[in-house]
Design a protein around this ligand. Structure first.
Ligand SMILES: C[S@@+](CC[C@H](N)C(=O)[O-])C[C@H]1O[C@@H](n2cnc3c(N)ncnc32)[C@H](O)[C@@H]1O
Length: 247
């Protein structure tokens, strides 16, 4: 790779996935909701290196994965053994789609509620399930600082860590309800990493760095930035949420 890897690419190259708020715990919750609703076919948006893709395939689900990033897509395809769609979610063909569920972990915040909720609606069969986890701004956040933080994190990490506009959970709910979705369950996520998740992540990083020592400078660079509290904690909230499309 000629350029230095973006944060999510670096983590995947080191073997670390579940790059969304709540990590594995949040994924377990969403997958248990899919099972409870007897979902069979799932469209996974922004599947990353495919950890959740693999979990779903192992439990017998038919998974269609969308991953526009070539590095992550290659890792996903090598690990999981399926071909992922290389388009963005926006460009993914939604004609004649009748998925039982759309799952998105740490992706929709980037796209915003208006266009992504309408797209999810077109992709789901009537009664289908939208399951997602994301970090959103609260009403306390200041619009001009928010745009700055979006652009800065995008520049530093190679991926924005937050939405560019002050999009709150209230707005998301309004858009989904207007489209005829009903809320099944929403849980707030404690942003603090769970000890078990943190330990296994650190072990993976150590092994990844042993295998790819050339990634150490990029890793250390990102680590110093990750330690900076770049937004007041009350400006952000993280949620897992499950909705059902109307008939
Ligand atoms: C924070 S990572 C999360 C990856 C994975 N879902 C996980 O939880 O580990 C965001 C993912 O969304 C993908 N992505 C970014 N923009 C996208 C878009 N417009 N359509 C679909 N996926 C996108 C990125 O390539 C990346 O894999």
């Amino acid at each position: 790779m000629s350029r230095s890897p973006a944060f999510h690419e670096l983590m995947a190259l080191l073997g670390v996935g579940d790059l969304h708020p709540g990590g594995l715990q949040a994924t377990r919750f969403l997958l248990s909701e899919l099972a409870r609703h007897r979902v069979r076919s799932v469209l996974e948006v922004g599947a990353g290196m495919g950890l959740t893709t693999e979990r779903m395939i192992r439990s017998g689900l038919e998974v269609t994965a969308v991953e526009p990033n070539p590095i992550l897509r290659r890792l996903l395809e090598e690990r999981v053994g399926i071909a992922a769609h290389e388009t963005s979610f926006e460009a993914f063909d939604d004609r004649d789609a009748t998925y039982d569920a759309v799952l998105a972990e740490g992706v929709l915040y980037k796209l915003g509620p208006a266009s992504s909720a309408a797209k999810v609606h077109r992709l789901l069969r009537p009664g289908g399930i939208l399951a997602f986890v994301d970090m959103l701004w609260t009403r306390s956040a200041k619009a001009d600082v928010v745009a700055f933080l979006h652009d800065q994190t995008n520049e530093v990490f190679g991926i924005p860590m937050v939405p560019r506009e002050v999009v709150t959970w209230e707005e998301w709910k309004g858009v989904l309800r207007e489209l005829g979705f009903s809320e099944i369950v929403t849980k707030a996520i404690d942003p603090v990493e769970l000890p078990a998740d943190g330990r296994s992540r650190r072990a993976r990083i150590a092994l990844g760095l042993l295998k790819h020592p050339g990634l150490l400078p990029a890793f250390l660079g990102y680590r110093s930035y990750r330690r900076i509290p770049w937004a007041p904690p009350e400006w952000l909230e993280s949620l897992t949420s499950v909705w059902q499309r109307g008939a």
